[in-house]
Ligand binder design. Structure first.
Ligand SMILES: C[S@@+](CC[C@H](N)C(=O)[O-])C[C@H]1O[C@@H](n2cnc3c(N)ncnc32)[C@H](O)[C@@H]1O
Length: 326
């Protein structure tokens, strides 16, 4: 039975979080089964499965690109670990209750249903899934059926998570939405949290719990030094802090408040590195270069400085991206 094969592979990933080769082999094997079952390799060749879809704020990945996220090995392994740990914590906090999960942006494989549900009974966890891409959610439904997991999924919504009103929102224990890219470029994680956090209960946990964009300054490398020395310069954006101001009555701002970093002073720097720190749950983070989501952006600093100040701001309209102010 395919569901048991996936359950075994999921368990292997959970039990081998620091063994990259085992994670990679298990995820590759899962991918092979999912490809065979959904046949997205065949249907996914057309342009309609390659093009990103505009949302009310930000862009949603095409079916093919969303499917490929599964193969971001450490991302998938850590999100799976975070999700299963969190479900078990919620079970302890709410004994004998079904844990309700809202999954915004499930993609064609809905991995955080299809890898997670086999580890629990349907009386323990129930999912509602939402996806803006109709082809992706249709494929996810097909895979969920093939894995005999239909009794774990209550609702399917084809809708934009940036504007969606969640029915019976307060019942959810967990909101899952991995709708982000490095530097929070283009995708809708921030507008989705802006819309959904005021709807759900205050005790509802979110995965990823937060994203922090942070600037670090590196010093010129000294001879004989292994690692380049660096220091924290500023937090450019702390998503959970930034969206806190919305109690549900506010519309999405055009941008968040800017952050200025002053480079003047006695220190001479080599570069500025902007990191995307993805906090999944508890002590589970995606660190620099562990995933495509946490690839850093590095800018060399040239002396003499043209201007001592560098100002960043996160724009939400018309496009969703981190910008440098001139
Ligand atoms: C990065 S992919 C992740 C797919 C899958 N959840 C995973 O973790 O492998 C994000 C998915 O969220 C969907 N998505 C992005 N923005 C959305 C929005 N505003 N409303 C609904 N779905 C969205 C995309 O279409 C894509 O399928």
């Amino acid at each position: 039975m395919l569901r048991n094969t996936i359950k075994d592979l999921s368990t292997t990933i959970l039990n081998n979080q620091s063994d990259f080769d085992t994670i990679k082999n298990s995820v590759d094997e899962i991918h092979k089964h999912y490809l065979e079952t959904t046949k997205i390799g065949e249907l996914g060749e057309g342009v309609q499965h390659m093009a990103a879809i505009p949302t009310a704020s930000g862009m949603a990945l095409s079916l093919n690109h969303a499917a490929a996220c599964l193969l971001d090995y450490r991302r998938t392994a850590k999100l799976l670990n975070g999700m299963v740990t969190l479900i078990r914590e919620k079970q302890e906090q709410h004994p004998n209750e079904t844990i309700n999960i809202f999954y915004a942006g499930c993609g064609p494989y809905a991995p955080f249903v299809t890898l997670v549900a086999p580890l629990f009974k349907a009386s323990e966890v129930q999912f509602s899934v939402l996806e803006i891409n109709a082809a992706s959610i249709k494929t996810a439904e097909k895979l969920i059926k093939a894995l005999e997991l239909t009794n774990y999924v209550k609702e399917y919504h084809t809708a934009d998570a940036v504007t969606f009103q969640i029915p019976d929102a307060k019942k959810y224990h967990i909101l899952f939405s991995e709708t982000l890219d490095a530097l929070l470029y283009r995708e809708s994680y921030v507008p989705i949290l802006w819309n959904m956090l005021p709807q759900i209960s205050e005790t509802c946990a979110v995965i990823p719990n937060n994203v922090i964009i942070q600037a670090n300054l590196t010093f010129p490398k000294q001879e004989g030094q292994d690692a380049q020395k660096e220091k924290e310069a500023a937090t450019i954006l702390d998503v959970r802090e930034a969206v806190k101001i919305n109690d549900g009555s506010q519309s999405l701002p055009k941008s968040f408040a800017p952050t200025t970093i002053n480079l003047a002073g006695d220190d001479i720097y080599y570069s500025m590195i902007v990191d995307t720190k993805v906090h999944i749950h508890n002590d589970i983070w995606l660190h620099r270069n562990e995933s495509s989501l946490s690839i850093p952006f590095e800018m060399e600093i040239a002396y003499p400085l043209d201007a001592p100040n560098v100002t960043f701001f996160y724009e939400l309209k018309p496009s969703v991206e981190l910008k440098l102010q001139n």
